[in-house]
Design a protein around this ligand. Structure first.
Ligand code: MRU
Length: 362
């Protein structure tokens, strides 16, 4: 089997990320490079952007002349405050900044070393947590089914190795189902306008040899109606206290379709995505991106019927002059979510209309 995909490659003092716009690795030398990589979506996915932000500052710190403890603290806090402004919706970024700031403030001697250790640990922790999410989610989905039953699932956006430090969240559940020999097929949506599904999830599913089928976002109702789909599994950018969940635009409509067809709707995310400081989804800031993403399409050209990744082109696919609206995320109300899987286990929504997310942090 070929090696697993890795979006983030780090050795002390060196950070390289896979440029998800074209796919070779790009070097990140400092926090400014980290900020631009996140904002331009060269790296994307809630856990991955938090890790790249933290590690970009780690690389910058490791090249810096010795500073006093006080100067080091001021430097780190200033850079973290800058990095959190790269993208607003995924809470993992601000959660990491808050945690690293607290650590640095509470360490009296060796602040630089403490920061580097904590930032580097994020890579390992994320893979460990995602593996637990994948296994727990798969186990929960299979628990009431005959042991020889294989299931088909649908996922949206990208939640795999390319959106995390490895293994993936929703794609981690799919990976675990496949590992157990219990996955008949994973369907993935194209995920317009940025096409994380057709570009990244499809790439990863094919790379891993997981039986998979790509559909456009407009085909979901027909898929759920005509095929035997057991669950829709998505990741999250922010899960607030009552379980309302911000995720890639289009997730909300999938949850409504799943409910209509009596299909389970599952959110899979690490605890770093759970935001207990926000009560409901109404208070989540939704990033709006440039209309250009809606009216253009970017990809490799076809030469003699073959995809040529050396030549990437942007084409215009809408009538010039048309107005656009491009919210990058939407909020799925908790009442449409059946279960939320974290590394600590699965919380089911039973009779009530919402979750108490404080339960999963215990
Ligand atoms: C494990 S990542 C979960 C989410 O971050 C993912 O589904 C998503 O919405 C990514 O959005 P993106 O805009 O590509 O950063």
């Amino acid at each position: 089997m070929c090696a697993s995909l890795q979006a983030i490659k780090y050795t002390p003092g060196h950070l390289r990320i896979l440029d998800q716009l074209i796919l070779p690795h790009e070097s990140i030398l400092n926090a400014q490079d980290g900020f631009h990589a996140i904002r331009s979506m060269t790296v994307r996915g809630a856990p991955a952007i938090a890790i790249v932000a933290a590690l970009s500052l780690a690389v910058e710190l490791s090249t810096l002349e010795p500073l006093s403890e006080e100067e080091t603290e001021r430097f780190i806090i200033k850079k973290l405050n800058y990095l959190v402004r790269a993208r607003p919706t995924a809470v993992n970024l601000s959660e990491a900044a808050r945690r690293l700031t607290n650590l640095v403030c509470q360490t009296s001697e060796g602040k630089r070393k403490a920061y580097l250790g904590a930032a580097e640990k994020m890579l390992l922790d994320d893979v460990r947590d995602n593996t637990a999410i994948g296994d727990r989610g798969a186990e929960w989905l299979l628990k009431d089914l005959p042991s020889d039953k294989k299931i088909a699932v649908l996922t949206h956006c990208n939640t795999g190795s390319l959106a995390t430090a490895g293994y993936g969240t929703a794609l981690g559940v799919i990976r675990s189902l496949h590992k157990l020999g219990r996955l008949s097929r994973a369907y993935c949506t194209e995920t317009r306008p940025y096409n994380q599904g057709s570009r990244l999830t499809a790439y990863e599913l094919v790379h891993e040899g997981i039986p998979s089928t790509l559909i456009t976002d407009s085909m979901v109702a027909s898929l759920l109606c005509q095929h035997d789909i057991t669950a829709v599994i998505v990741g999250a950018d922010r899960i607030v206290k009552n379980g309302d969940t911000a995720n890639k635009i289009g997730t909300y409509q999938l949850s409504i379709l799943a409910k209509h067809h009596g299909i389970k709707f599952i959110v899979a995310a690490p605890l770093t995505t759970v935001d207990l400081t926000t009560d409901t989804g109404k208070d989540i800031e939704i990033e709006e991106r440039k209309g250009e993403e809606v009216v253009t399409f970017r990809g490799p050209v076809l030469k003699d019927g073959k995809v040529d990744t050396n030549e990437i082109k942007t084409v215009h696919i809408a009538t010039p002059g048309i107005a656009t609206w491009n919210p990058s995320f939407d909020v799925t109300p908790a009442e449409y979510i059946d279960a939320i899987v974290t590394e600590n286990g699965v919380i089911e929504r039973k009779a009530s209309k919402c979750f108490d997310m404080t339960e999963c942090k215990i």
